[in-house]
Design a binder for this molecule. Structure first.
Ligand code: ARG
Ligand code: GLU
Length: 774
């Protein structure tokens, strides 16, 4: 028999030589407040020199104080004591575009504010910090035990949420966000502080910030300088305020020092940000529906639309600028779905899910208690997913094909007004509605080209007509059948000839007429009629089943997850992403995309030049200035051995919304900005495959090189904190680091603690002084 001692020796040996068996893969997006309990030890094993408390603390400044949700759709990080915010070029893209015109084309030429007075305000853009988070499961579930239906439970939950939110923020300028986790098995509240005066500071030209464009999107090896710079402004007391020229740059509680030391293979990395949505616990039926039905149709619809936009954008500069952001966002999901479907196949995801379900079934069957609790779950999944047959596809066509047509989507926002008119609502109510609608007109038409939309209209509705069971058509399609013999080009001619929605002037005139009492002005508008017909169809034929089944499913998933966690009680579960602050960690790591090929973990400027000179895609054009710097190898302190690093990959589990997230090293320093995932890894929203999933980041040294050397905006670099040692910028961490270990100094534990305290105080003083100097 092997003695215990030998066993434990063996375990220790495994640990010290780093045998991987014990190390779980880098899967997971973890809750900051649970890191201590769930992840700290493992993160430190992987090389992290921080504690959970250094990452998230409510008592002292911590990394979380440098992280913001950028506009609610991306992540950003503080990189100076003056509120300088780093995010992706594609996150700031909408703003860069809004400030651009044919004469002042910041998309093409880039933008750099020479001083603070040149920084450009962006009405509506926000940056949100997390003040603290809390487990509120008990308060939120209070009174739900006796709820008879999911709807009843939900209404109690909503009431409880409102109460907790109100009580938690009373008398403060904070907001509270409460979200369900694990399908409502748990609830957490995030107390947030949202800044509303966010100004644009700098953006490289698209030929750097979007280098590789849609050709390279979602792909490794990558050479994109996908970053942009903004600044948070605050009112008196450093608190959020509406835009005012008197606002001052915000002073964050923490900003990330920037490491000039770069990354090596196997280095520890961590990504801190706001991942949007994942569905890691879907059943096999759900994954099959995505793989075999939804994805193929949605991919086809978007491809059709992209081909039309592409032609028109190439034919006109004005259309190119109008549709740039829209094109990018349509193409983005389109390409992701393609990768996702391939990844699902490669990971054998459907079969693996089936195996897990089988295992679950036998686990349940083995025990009477479990049978009572979970006995119906799998069969009910089956029933409910059956009930969705045809419904999911119809819904996909409404969302992707019908609302993929701009005129329908815009006219749809007028259906409420139309209803009020039909019901003879009081004129004041109607005028209120009109005032609201009027505000949306200019922004919509600024980027609208009716001739392009007309082609999209004909093509997408025709797909809808041909690919969806006629029983699931909106009533308007009957007219297209009888009047135009199903010819959507002819139908488009008619709609675009008659509708007021084809031009800004047309809509404005119609609204003015309605205001003046001519209620009929919108009544026979063919675009509005079509939009109403689609909305009616959606709410009559799709929504009731869809909503009911989803209610049933959320209850089933709640049970299923509870059961799975019971069954795999030694496995650590992480909740699906839901746009709340999370930490992912992993390491800088290469991968093998296909048999016989290995991708290394970083790229350099060499690759930018290679692509530029390949003569292959227009997406690879580069600015002359970049080529000059390359020819002279003029990389300043940002290059290494004559090379200029550009991007790197690591095995952090990320998703949409993590764009702009800081990639942080073992010491809490910024080493990169996350901007993408590899194509082979996009299925990680549904199933994580450790061999294949990598997040893609701009190397922070490339950002610095572009700002300093390329754009000559060195004044921005000056306000950042560049480091080549272990400085974390967190007083408690730097104090620990400065206090030499007890064995080396011969100090007693007590003396050691005293020394730490003194060092901490000194570090704080130093930080304060530095802030004053800036
Ligand atoms: N794929 C990245 C993300 O999901 C980048 C998208 C923007 N870039 C582009 N070429 N469309 O957001
Ligand atoms: N580009 C994505 C974003 O905008 C991140 C890539 C991903 O989905 O992982 O958030």
């Amino acid at each position: 028999m092997i003695s215990k001692r030998i066993l434990s020796f063996f375990a220790a040996a495994c640990l010290s030589i780093g045998i991987a068996t014990a190390t779980p893969p880098d899967e997971g997006m973890w809750l900051p407040m649970l890191l201590k309990q769930l992840n700290e030890a493992e993160m430190q094993n992987k090389g992290m020199k921080l504690t959970a408390e250094d990452i998230y603390s409510i008592n002292q400044s911590s990394l979380k104080d440098a992280i913001v949700s950028f506009g609610g759709f991306c992540t950003g990080e503080m990189i100076s004591a003056e509120g300088l915010l780093l995010t992706n070029h594609h996150c700031g893209y909408g703003q860069i575009q809004q400030h651009s015109s044919v004469e002042n084309d910041y998309l093409t030429n880039g933008f750099w504010a020479k001083n603070k007075s040149e920084e450009l305000p962006n009405p509506g853009l926000t940056a949100t910090f997390i003040v603290r988070m809390e487990d509120v499961t008990k308060q939120i579930l209070e009174g739900t035990a006796n709820a008879k239906t999911e709807a009843e439970r939900e209404s109690i939950v909503q009431r409880n949420m409102a109460k907790v939110r109100r009580e938690s923020t009373a008398g403060t300028h904070y907001d509270a966000v409460i979200r369900p986790f694990f399908y409502g098995n748990e609830y957490y509240m995030y107390i947030t502080e949202t800044f509303r005066d966010i100004r644009m500071v700098g953006a490289p030209p698209s030929s750097i910030g979007k280098f590789g464009g849609d050709t390279d999107n979602w792909m490794w090896p990558r050479h994109t300088g996908d970053f942009s710079l903004f600044r948070i402004y605050a009112g008196p007391n450093n608190e959020p305020a509406d835009y005012s020229p008197n606002n001052k740059p915000y002073k964050p509680k923490h900003h990330l020092p920037i490491s000039l030391s770069g990354v090596k293979e196997n280095d520890f990395t961590m990504v801190f940000g706001f991942p949007g949505r994942t569905n890691e616990y879907l059943t096999s039926q759900a994954v099959e529906e995505i793989y075999a039905v939804s994805n193929p149709h949605k991919i086809n619809i978007r491809e059709t639309k992209l081909n039309i936009l592409d032609k028109d954008m190439k034919a006109s500069d004005a259309v190119r600028i109008q549709y740039a952001a829209k094109y990018a966002s349509i193409a983005n999901a389109w390409k992701k779905w393609i990768g996702e479907s391939r990844g699902i196949r490669k990971a054998n995801a459907i079969e693996n899910k089936k195996q897990l379900e089988k295992q679950f079934a036998s686990w349940v069957a083995a025990d009477a208690n479990r049978k009572a609790k979970y006995g119906n779950v799998l069969a009910d999944f089956e029933k409910n997913y059956k009930a969705l047959d045809g419904i999911t596809l119809s819904r996909d066509y409404v969302m992707e094909a019908a609302y993929g047509v701009e005129i329908i989507r815009f006219a749809n926002t007028f259906t409420k007004l139309q209803e009020r008119l039909a019901n003879n609502a009081p004129q004041t109510e109607i005028n209120d509605q009109i005032t609201k609608l009027e505000r949306t007109i200019a922004p919509f038409y600024k980027d609208y080209n009716a001739p392009t939309d007309k082609k999209v209209f004909a093509a997408l509705l025709s797909l809808y007509y041909n690919n969806v069971d006629p029983k699931m058509h909106p009533t308007a399609f009957a007219t297209v059948r009888s009047k135009y013999k199903g010819d959507f080009t002819k139908y488009a001619e008619e709609v675009f000839a008659k509708s007021v929605f084809t031009s800004e002037a047309g809509v404005r005139k119609a609204l003015a007429d309605v205001k003046a009492g001519k209620k009929e002005a919108l009544k026979n508008d063919p675009a509005l009629q079509l939009a109403s017909s689609i909305t009616e169809h959606y709410s009559k034929n799709i929504m009731p089943t869809y909503a009911q089944v989803n209610d049933n499913l959320s209850l089933l998933y709640r049970s299923y997850l509870a059961g799975l966690r019971e069954m795999q009680s030694d496995k650590k579960f992480y909740p699906d992403a839901n746009s709340t602050l999370r930490v992912a960690y992993g390491k800088v790591e290469p991968y093998q995309p296909v048999d016989g090929v290995k991708y290394i973990h970083y790229t350099t400027l060499e690759g930018v030049i290679e692509k530029a000179e390949s003569g292959v895609a227009e997406d690879y054009a580069i600015p002359g200035r970049l080529k000059e710097l390359y020819d002279k190898k003029d990389y300043g302190r940002y290059g290494v051995n004559g090379e200029m690093p550009v991007a790197f990959i690591a095995s952090n589990h990320t998703t949409g919304g993590n764009s702009g997230s800081p990639v942080i090293n073992a010491n809490g320093q910024l080493i990169g900005t996350n901007f993408d995932r590899n194509w082979e890894g996009t299925m990680s929203d549904i199933v994580y495959n450790p061999d294949q999933v990598r997040n893609i980041s701009v190397d922070v040294r490339y950002m610095l090189f572009i700002v300093d050397k390329f754009a000559g905006a060195g004044h921005l670099v000056e306000e950042m904190t560049l480091v080549t040692d272990d400085t974390s910028g967190l007083p408690q961490v730097d104090a620990r680091r400065n206090a030499a270990p007890a064995e080396a100094t011969g100090l007693s534990k007590k003396e050691q603690r005293k020394a730490e305290k003194a060092a901490k105080k000194a570090a704080k003083k130093k930080a304060k002084k530095a802030a004053e100097v800036q």
